[in-house]
Design a protein around this ligand. Sequence first.
Ligand code: NAP
Length: 175
Amino acid sequence: MKSDRAFIVGRFQPFHNGHLEVIRKILKENSSVIIGIGSAQYSHTLKDPFTAGERHLMISSSLEAEGIYEFYLVPIEDVNSNPLWVAHVESLTPKFRKIYTNNPLVRRLFFEKNYEVRSMELINRTSWSGTTIRKKMLEGKGWKDDVPKTVFEIIDEIGGVKRLQDLSKTDEDSI
Ligand code: NAP
């Protein structure tokens, strides 16, 4: 029903064109979307280079540049217990009953709490993938066309590529 408020969660490292398309599709079926910025406590690693604040800015400015305003952004830190995670999300977000995810763990946790769980495939995964974009940044390859213009400008302004390349010299995490 178009009056529904839906929920989507991701790490958005970084927010890319595939995420933007998913949000557009969710808003065709729902009146608004709550976007959870997952693993909000992490930054400055190869897998999670950007802070919650930087990701918040990337998402809000990209959506507003597209004339999309029916969203609520909520940074969500991870918790040590999976069974408690849904209650943790509920404590931070406006009320919702429908969640869009393809993550089996997220699907399972919300299903067990009687939420309506839907899947929403990301498109053009060869290019529009956080892992691929971070790899391109590290290798000095072009990634500008894979993200909204404002995301490119924000990453440029904060020196995001240099941050990732510097981290690769010391960080032992894999991408
Ligand atoms: P994620 O870690 O952001 O993404 C996992 C993979 O799924 C990435 O390759 C991602 O690609 C891809 N993906 C994201 N959205 C997709 C979609 N619509 N279709 C196909 N693939 C998609 O995981 P997530 O499921 O998107 O986000 C889950 C968040 O919840 C994480 O931050 C996780 O830590 C948190 N969580 C926490 C707990 C806990 O604290 N106990 C429990 C469950 C979940 P991109 O990189 O291109 O986005």
